[in-house]
Design a protein around this ligand. Structure first.
Ligand SMILES: Nc1ncnc2c1ncn2[C@@H]1O[C@H](COP(=O)(O)OP(=O)(O)OP(=O)(O)O)[C@@H](O)[C@H]1O
Ligand SMILES: [Mg+2]
Length: 337
């Protein structure tokens, strides 16, 4: 695929600029003064629990709804004053599949191409090449109602790419997908970014944000509660948890003591989880992982297995706001598509 042609946006290297964006539904402050930037050619992850305002933000930035106050520009175009130009530069994969169930994959893509005013031969060419790219060529002629959840999501992505957008919004692109399909979608998103597309991605999954995003904005109840680089934010929430299972569970207390006594840099302590026969050690950096293992080995503790766990969205919120999100989904809960 060729590089995407981008609009020159008047000197700013921000493909998306949002300032003080407000959208209220009656008493509900869906967006309550949101500021954010997406640098050209990067992925901004917008992380937040159910009802945080993610879809409302994407809808405002797609000109589907009009904000009550504040400003937003995409590729230099104002969402309120230049909606037509703006729409030509964006692609949107909504939270819910937007393709027609009765049409085939190919027909859906062709129709979108025609809706975008592409001449027939060009609409055909792009439908073919997008199906190829998203590994849907074999299923091209089948009605979408026969597609699996992962195939639908891939078709959604293909549909949002037909117009060769410079800026792409992905609203919870992998919620409800199994881990393998989720990985396939992530690979595709990474390929689009490599092609030069700027992406604003909303997600409830820390793991997804970690995999795809260069920077993160965390929103809750319509407000930005944290923003910054992925590592920065992880450091704020306490990084990862190192989980160690010794060959002899009886030695757990001795291991915890040895770690406590050593006073390793940045290692505050260890927690014994008797049910699992494991020791949990919060770490901020890979060097600490190495230091902990080296220390345990030096003391002659046998280790049966080691794993690391990312902070869950719950932990992010707990660390940043000091309170639980109003509604939350555990990271590990997988819902069949
Ligand atoms: N059309 C609407 N009318 C009334 N209230 C709405 C409307 N759209 C959204 N809201 C409310 O605005 C708030 C933000 O909703 P939004 O859909 O933006 O959240 P979200 O972060 O996308 O959540 P989810 O993760 O569940 O998709 C919620 O309290 C929601 O109930
Ligand atoms: Mg939503």
């Amino acid at each position: 695929m060729t590089r995407i042609d981008k609009n020159p946006y008047g000197g700013s290297d921000h493909a998306v600029e949002v300032r003080g964006l407000v959208k209220h539904y009656g008493a509900t402050k869906a967006l309550d003064g949101v500021d954010l930037d997406v640098r050209e050619g990067t992925v901004l992850g917008v992380l937040g629990p159910n009802g945080a305002g993610k879809t409302t933000l994407v809808r405002c930035l797609s000109t589907l709804i009009t904000p009550d106050a504040g400003t937003a520009t995409v590729a230099g175009y104002d969402v309120v004053r230049q909606p037509r130009q703006l729409r030509r530069t964006i692609g949107l994969t909504g939270q819910y599949a937007s393709v027609d169930e009765k049409l085939s994959g190919w027909e859906n893509l062709y129709m979108i191409g025609r809706l975008l005013d592409l001449p027939r031969p060009e609409a055909r060419r792009r439908a073919d090449s997008m199906l190829e790219r998203f590994s849907l060529t074999e299923a091209a002629k089948r009605p979408v109602m026969q597609y699996s959840g992962g195939m639908r999501r891939r078709l959604d992505l293909a549909a949002s790419m037909i117009g060769r957008p410079a800026v792409l919004y992905l609203d919870e692109p992998t919620t409800g997908l199994d881990p393998r399909t989720r990985n396939e979608v992530w690979d595709e998103v990474q390929r689009m970014v490599a092609d030069g597309v700027t992406v604003l991605l909303t997600t409830q999954y820390m793991e997804e944000a970690e995999r795809l995003a260069n920077e993160l904005t965390v929103i809750d109840r319509g407000k930005v509660i944290a923003s910054g680089g992925v590592d920065e934010l992880k450091a704020k929430v306490g990084g990862r948890t190192l989980r160690i299972r010794p060959t002899d569970p009886a030695r757990l207390p001795a291991m915890a003591r040895a770690l406590g006594d050593a006073g390793l840099d940045g290692i505050a302590g260890a927690t014994i989880v008797p049910d699992e026969g494991r020791l949990y050690v919060p770490i901020l950096a890979d060097t600490q992982l190495t230091a902990v293992i080296a220390l345990l080995a030096a003391h002659g503790f046998g280790i049966a297995d080691i794993s690391t766990q990312l902070p869950s969205l719950d932990e992010v919120f707990l660390a940043i706001t000091g309170e639980k999100p109003p509604v939350s989904e555990p990271l590990s809960e997988e819902v069949a598509a």
